[in-house]
Design a protein around this ligand. Sequence first.
Ligand code: ST9
Ligand code: ZN
Ligand code: ZN
Length: 340
Amino acid sequence: DLLRRMPPQGQAKTTWVLYETDVINDEAEVPVTVLPTAERRKWQLVWRNIILFGFLHIGAVYGAYLFFFKAMWKTCAFAIFLYLCSGLGITAGAHRLWAHKSYKARLPLKILLTIFNTMAFQDAVVDWARDHRMHHKYSETDADPHNATRGFFFSHIGWLLVRKHPQIKAKGHTIDMSDLKADPVLRFQKKYYLTLMPLACFILPTYIPMLWGESLLNAFFVAAIFRYVWVLNVTWLVNSAAHLWGDKPYDKHINPVEIKPVSLVVLGEGFHNYHHTFPWDYKTAELGDYTLNFSKIFIDLMAKIGWAYDLKTVSTDVIQKRVKRTGDGSHALWGWDDKD
Ligand code: ST9
Ligand code: ZN
Ligand code: ZN
């Protein structure tokens, strides 16, 4: 289960680094080769996506203007509500429940999170989770769909504007997706995605504000377009900013960092050095600080009513050992009980 990456001829540096994929095991240490950069590539631009994302972002700027200056307060509140719901569809749903299996959910919660996830239009959960499992297993290589060693733009949005690197398709078979492919709720979502997604992400968010007298224009640009593009961009920040600028208290050998201000807007997903070190923790953070981890609050609440169970986490002891062994020294508790 431990990943060994082979260097392409003559261009990689070798370091000793612990590299975990899906294993819940903090003890093993193996040598792996970390590729310092991505290989040079010729881009195959996907013009359909470039044009669509271009228009979406222009629409979102207009939507932001309407949000701050023109729309009814109820519409603005509704847009924020949709941001939180669709955000949870990504964080508590696609990410923590499905890609990482960091907790289990009963049917009503699976259905709720699938609805929330469809509102976020980041493609069907099975496809999102497949890319995300590749991102963890082959982090910062060409088999990582949003390889952050290619820089901010590529890992933020650029990767959605070009054809995927052949390595993604070549190594794709090493990812086991049988669990999600067998899930009837996710199969339903995938099968009817092209009907469900427009309804959940654009049509209903435009229709509902009109029930309280909002104009079609305001409803569409604020609750659908601006809210959608906002959620996309904050999600993408976890791929870009949270792989670039910040501290590495848990593992200094990997690129992901802790980026607390981002954590607030990404509902608790900004503790990315922690998350790549301990990907099975349902909190995606050591402390799960309540103010910065809305998704944890949500999962805890679901656990209280019995809809979520088997929440996985990491013991303080394991975290402490890891911080001492591979941390960069920025951990707040750095040096605690140094006697042993
Ligand atoms: C979007 C996704 O925005 C965002 C994901 C962000 C992830 C963030 C993670 C961070 C942690 C969580 C933090 C959350 C914070 C949230 C905060 C919320 C408040 N493995 O893709 P194709 C094979 S989506 C194995 O067409 P192309 C496979 O055979 C936005 N195999 O490649 C596949 O066929 P099939 C809306 C793989 O042609 C075939 O290749 N959506 C894998 O190169 C072709 O696949 C869009 O805009 C794999 N991973 O095209 C659509 N991948 O699927 C964007 C592929 O039949 N995407 N294969 O099995 C596209 O248009 C295209 O994918 C493309 C590449 C142009 C980018
Ligand atoms: Zn990452
Ligand atoms: Zn993850």
